[in-house]
Design a protein around this ligand. Structure first.
Ligand code: ATP
Ligand code: MG
Length: 701
């Protein structure tokens, strides 16, 4: 490679360069999808290091661990190239401090927690465990059987029940992340829970006490605790001095609390770089605040610099025309049209199919056809609104032996046997983590809920919980099995317990229990544990490993034995949310029908509908060359929270307006040949009303 071409700036356009070279005040790169925001951010990081910055003193915050890893690697490669070193694939990531807000918070807290009165060996619980904890606090206060006001429910009068633990947690989380008072959150988001205000206040206090007693933090606590560190003047000064610069990708999806943390780290914005796109804000449902990005310039006026980027380098113009048309329909959207030089290309397709089975076959057929044309499966993605919407496709792919990896949705970690193993480690490390103990103890045959509670209470009451565990007398029938667990715990609690070797010890303890509990598939479950061990081998610290696993778990795969090998080819399946920031040569989006996109799980408020529109925009703008929007005319939704299964009959999504239609090619493919049953399905298809204008209606009939 020519020496003189070795600059980070070489590939960049003038605006991108300006963003890389900008010095001094706070910087915002506000630009549409695929314009190179992430690339520019990586280049800026690389340039800083080339200018002599210490990578240890740069903090990079991204939306997922994967994104942090990629960005940090990309910056590392750029530095190597600029220095004329040969880049190797195995090059280490450039930044030691790169991760999600939550992961970075956890790392800082391991070191600094005692300074704000927290136990440094805290356990982090994921959302599912947090929900269980909330459920336990709810029971402790007697709210589980209460009416919405918190009084004992009178079953004869059938009044409304107190909100479920999951709802309580969602309300709690929204209060934390938006930093809004409970009354306001209830009035605007959960009006049907307004009567529960006082009981919820009490419950949230109990939840906080219970977590504190168990040295347990939920996701929201991590951010809150980080903010508390910054509220201590001495610690704030320490943290400000520790990171010279802070870089944030996907800034449009940060919430108030995260913005407050950034302000704590960089009060006048100097040394702060954020990039994002307001048209891609898709996390308001979880409390993200698009005002953070829209108000950035004003917040740091007059020091802030805003760099817009115009040109899209990802997609062909026909795909951008479609994306532009979708977002142009959003009320109040400023005309921010994406354009590119890549004008020679086919238009994206709107493909109407009979039902989800037909859709699954068509999508698989197309993926294979593209592969024949030279697009590897890995360069193709199938995107969908909700994790469960890929079920028919997963089945079809499995039937045809087409490998795939799924992002978003059911996680590896949610499997019971994985939770068992991790609970042993968590409990040994933090014996006050009651939820973990509750799970582990009951794995021992002969120990049920009553004995488990007795043991955990004894441990809670003791200043030395591990000693209390060793001294405990189990029911006689459980004695031998209990002794094995007690020995295991004693070994794991030793300071020199080997990592990741101790995982083998736990696995060996767990194996016979799994065999007993899951006679039909325990071998598959053990294979999962082995996979976990392989993942652990890559991580030198137990704490780091457990934290990352809890915050950003690995994806579920097509193959029970785990993540496909690195060089194997596989199709990508992803929720639209998890597809953020990524790109593929070919993209198919499932179920572009009303009820699904927009989802009828949303309450249908104007704000939520607009968020669904932006979600479609995010999906469309992931595609580089090929895009297909799939619309099954008979769509089968399973709604756990409503009335069980039901069918929805066919309107193509309301986001596919006439203006959007004008950018699409309409296809009504013949039913795939494998579909014996599909003819029947077609025959009993009812009158379909299509919202697409005469052209399509004619083609269909
Ligand atoms: P999103 O909003 O989806 O996150 P983005 O603005 O972060 O998109 P990137 O992912 O950084 O965009 O870039 C999109 C694609 O365009 C990438 O493949 C990137 O390598 C390419 N790209 C960006 N800038 C340039 C450039 N100046 N020259 C060539 N390719 C570029
Ligand atoms: Mg990006």
């Amino acid at each position: 490679m020519a020496q003189e071409s070795s600059s980070v700036l070489d590939r960049l356009n003038p605006e991108q360069r300006a963003a890389v070279m900008h010095r001094g005040g706070p910087l915002l790169v506000l630009a549409g999808a695929g314009t190179g925001k992430t690339l520019t951010l990586a280049a800026r990081v690389a340039q800083r290091v080339l200018d002599g910055a210490d990578p240890n003193r740069l903090l990079l915050l991204t939306f997922s661990r994967r994104a942090a890893h990629e960005l940090s690697h990309r910056a590392g490669r750029q530095v190597q190239q600029a220095l004329g070193l040969r880049s190797t694939d195995g090059a280490a990531p450039l930044l030691p401090w790169a991760g999600t807000f939550h992961a970075i918070a956890a790392r800082l807290l391991r070191e600094l927690a005692p300074r704000i009165g927290l136990n440094a060996s805290f356990t982090i619980v994921d959302r599912a465990d947090a929900e269980s904890l909330m459920g336990l606090s709810r029971e402790r206060l007697g709210l589980a059987n209460a009416n919405v006001g918190g009084q004992a429910a009178d079953s004869s009068r059938g009044g409304r029940r107190f909100p479920l633990a999951s709802t309580c947690l969602a309300i709690h989380s929204r209060c934390m992340n938006t930093q809004a008072p409970l009354g306001q959150v209830l009035a605007t988001q959960y009006p049907w829970c307004l009567d529960a205000h006082d009981a919820l206040t009490q419950l949230f206090r109990a939840y906080a006490e219970d977590k504190h007693a168990q040295a347990t933090l939920d996701y929201d606590d991590l951010l809150l605790a980080w903010q508390r560190l910054l509220a201590e003047p001495a610690l704030a000064a320490h943290l400000r001095a520790r990171f010279d610069e802070v870089f944030v990708d996907e800034y449009q999806d940060t919430n108030r609390l995260q913005a407050a943390i950034l302000r704590g780290l960089k009060p006048d914005g100097a040394g702060l770089t954020v990039v994002g796109d307001d048209a891609q804000s898709i996390y308001a449902f979880r409390g993200a605040e698009v005002g953070n990005i829209l108000g950035f310039a004003q917040q740091f006026a007059p020091l802030a610099t805003v760099v817009p980027l115009q040109r899209n380098y990802r997609s062909t113009q026909p795909i951008l025309d479609c994306a532009n048309a979708v977002i142009a329909e959003a009320p109040g959207h400023p005309d921010k049209r994406l354009h590119t030089d890549r004008t020679e290309a086919a238009r994206p397709q709107l493909v109407t199919v009979a039902d989800e089975l037909d859709q699954a076959r068509q999508v698989a057929d197309q993926a294979l056809a593209w592969r024949e044309e030279g697009l590897r499966l890995k360069q193709q993605a199938v995107l969908f609104r909700t994790a469960t919407h890929s079920a028919a496709l997963e089945f079809e792919l499995a039937r045809r032996n087409i490998p795939f990896v799924k992002f978003g949705g059911l996680k590896f970690l949610e499997a019971a046997h994985i939770k068992d193993l991790l609970s042993v480690l968590r409990w040994a490390h933090n014996p006050r983590a009651r939820l973990a103990g509750w799970r582990v103890v009951q794995r021992v045959p002969g120990i049920g809920a009553v004995s488990a509670r007795r043991l955990l209470d004894a441990m809670d009451a003791s200043p030395e919980p591990l000693a209390a565990l060793q001294a405990w007398q189990p029911p006689p029938a459980a004695r031998a099995e209990w002794a094995a667990l007690a020995r295991l715990m004693a070994g794991l609690a030793q300071p020199d317990s080997p990592w990741p070797g101790e995982l083998t010890t736990v696995r060996d303890w767990l194996a016979p229990h799994l065999e007993r509990l899951y006679p039909e598939d325990h071998t598959l479950r053990l294979a999962d544990l082995d996979q976990l061990q392989a993942l652990a081998a890559a991580s030198r610290h137990r704490e780091r490993f457990l934290t990352e696993l809890t915050l950003d778990p690995p994806e579920a795969t097509s193959d029970e034995s785990g993540v496909p090998l690195r060089d194997e080819d596989y199709l990508i399946l992803s929720t639209l949310h998890s597809a953020k920031g990524q790109e593929w040569s070919a993209v198919q989006i499932l179920n572009v029908v009303d009820g699904c996109l927009p989802s009828d799980l949303s309450t249908g408020s104007a704000g939520e509908i607009e968020e669904e529109r932006r979600l479609l925009y995010v999906g469309i703008t992931r595609a580089r060359q090929q895009l297909r929007l799939m619309a099954p005319l008979r769509f089968h939704v399973t709604q756990q929270h409503r009335h069980g299964d039901r069918h929805l009959y066919g309107n193509v999504s309301r986001f596919i307006t006439r203006r959007v239609m004008a950018t699409l090619d309409k296809r009504v493919p013949a039913l795939a040949p494998a579909a014996g049953a599909a003819d029947a399905a077609l025959a009993d298809l009812p009158e379909v009303t299509l919202d697409l204008g005469a052209a399509l209606r004619n083609t269909w009939s």
